[in-house]
Design a protein around this ligand. Sequence first.
Ligand code: ADP
Ligand code: ASP
Ligand code: MG
Length: 418
Amino acid sequence: MRVFKFGGASVKDASGIKNVYSVLQTVGYEDVLLVVSAMGKTTNALELVIKNYFDKSTELKSSVQEVKKYHNQILIDLFEDEKNEVFAAVNAQFSDLEYFLAHNKSPNYNFVYDQIVSFGELISTTILSHFMNFMGIQTQWLDVRNFVKTDATYRDAEVDWDLTQANIAKNVKRQILNITQGFLGSDPNNFTTTLGREGSDYTAAIFAYCLNAESVTIWKDVPGVMNADPRYFENASLLNQISYREAIELAFYGATVIHPKTLQPLQKKEIPLFVKSFINPLLKGTSVSKGVDLEPYLPCFIVKRNQLLISLSSIDFSFIMEENISEIFALFHQFKIKVNLIQNSAISFSVCVEDKFDNFNALNAILSKKFKVDYEQNVTLYTIRHFNDTAAKTVEENKIVLLKQVSRETMQVVTKEV
Ligand code: ADP
Ligand code: ASP
Ligand code: MG
């Protein structure tokens, strides 16, 4: 079986969805399982709905309306005939969303977030599945929440592999084109959970692992994994082949083309991952597998913006040692702040972090009781794998370098715009 993942960019409008059909015609769809994300920027639009809901904003209704209007236009462009049952199916999903907004009593932000944001994937797969049927491809729509079981850590759920494996092995039919949602799962009480933003790649890997799939292909708006994000680097080149190890490193440092959790399950069973262009599906793209680290061998650039550089120093000139460091890290973990770089000296300790869940103020209140805390917001972290002098110069030019760290393979620089 092959697992294909189509992300938001590939299904952002009617022509994108028609293109998915044509990709399937080109590369075949027998014994394939499709994992699909919410359309375009729907997840962001639903995040706005959630914000309005909690703020009790008067904009709540109009923000829901925006999401409806966007999907409705896609439906009209795809099906024209409003008698097609997909219109009723999507309407029913929006009614469920509105019912939830009207009746929910839970004050738990993360729980509510997952119940709402999940409609993006439920709706996109409903539309895609109906469209495939409309075009003559028979499909099986699977509610991923009956397959991927997780704990109840809303917005960042941990997969229960044993239950998930059992569900997938028992209930996924082969031969037919299966379509399911990326990003979602369900907890022991069957409430919806999500695997973390951009988590659909990970869903594809979960299914591939449990199905012993022959390969996973993620279809992208770029030719494959490149040595830099082509949005920010003019001369980015395609990497034809990279090892699981290299891919894990690139994804870990922030190359957003692959979600970092995707690689481990694939590597365990040596299932190859292909990253290919949905615009030119016959091009080879990138193959991620066991073997050569990197072909061609080029410096790889990764940019992470909107980082926070925190420096802690002891108030009384005492050393910052193992004991303090473990305490500091326990706090980062507790506040779900991701540490991307660490540097320490005798009496100070610097970290470059990402505060995805806006928890820094709460953390700072605790840290400030024990340490002198300095911080710089909105800095950029550049990572260069396999760096050389020219590559280093490119990222340092015309910027203020706040911190730099060099190891054998990897150079990291925290910068600020001049
Ligand atoms: P999806 O639609 O699957 O969610 P994303 O937009 O999340 O797709 O990922 C594709 C984008 O990743 C590309 O448009 C590109 O700008 C960005 N990207 C970041 N780093 C790289 C890289 N090293 N190689 C290719 N693309 C990259
Ligand atoms: N729709 C989700 C997101 O935008 C998951 C994904 O696209 O991978 O984060
Ligand atoms: Mg994405």
